[in-house]
Design a protein around this ligand. Structure first.
Ligand code: GAR
Length: 207
């Protein structure tokens, strides 16, 4: 059984999607939800789901490296095999990325390599893009870089705001991330590509 830890900073909707997927004959189980922020809404959701939680507050450490050593200790304590970053909003150094090389997945709300960093939806709208989406990739020491394991695309609509586009992308994040994790723990790193349902080809009616 693959032991999965999930790192969050916020509401944790991707974390919930991942946890809910790891049941029955899934080859993994969630063993820890860790946040850098004790106010992260996802922490109470994790507790409600019966998952162990931990907080490592980055403000309590002198530098990124010390913060990450504390995270590594928590992950070692639960014997984590795979780590999913799910809205974890801290830039990571090699203290973390080298320690867990090849074992950390991240979901990012853009079609990487487009728009690494923040404000991805506003940037896609500003650029006049007609499609947007999300990417799951293996984490390396480069921000929002690393081999792509899956992408889901959604249309950008003419009246979209960053908030409406974010909601459409988030819906696909909740499909993509569990699907990619399942493949990854089974040793399949072939990229998975999903399309927003509204874009699915219309099946001709026979009557
Ligand atoms: C998600 O949209 C995720 O892709 C994004 O934060 C949101 C977290 O939502 N992650 C990043 O921007 C990482 N650079 P959630 O807490 O509801 O899962």
């Amino acid at each position: 059984m693959t032991r999965v830890a999930i790192l969050i900073s916020g509401g944790g909707s991707n974390m919930v999607a991942l946890v809910e997927s790891m049941t029955d004959n899934h080859p993994s189980r969630p063993v820890l939800v860790l946040s850098n922020d004790s106010d992260a809404g996802g922490l109470s959701k994790a507790r409600d789901l019966g998952i162990e939680t931990a907080v490592v507050n980055h403000r309590h450490y002198p530098d990124r490296e010390a913060f990450e050593r504390a995270i590594n200790a928590q992950l070692d304590a639960v014997d984590a095999d795979v780590i999913c970053l799910a809205g974890f909003m801290r830039i990571l150094t090699p203290v973390f990325t080298d320690r867990w090389a090849g074992k950390v997945l991240n979901i990012h709300p853009s079609l990487l390599p487009k728009y690494p960093g923040l404000n991805t939806h506003a940037r896609a709208i500003e650029a006049g893009d007609t499609e947007a989406g999300c990417t799951v990739h293996i984490v390396t020491s480069e921000l929002d870089d690393g081999p792509i394991l899956g992408q889901a695309r959604v249309p950008v609509k003419p009246d979209d705001t960053p908030a409406t586009l974010a909601a459409r992308v988030l819906e696909m994040e909740h499909k993509l991330y569990p699907a990619v994790l399942h493949r990854f723990v089974n040793g399949d790193t072939t990229p998975l590509y999903l399309q927003h349902d509204a874009e699915a080809p219309i099946t001709p009616r026979l009557s």
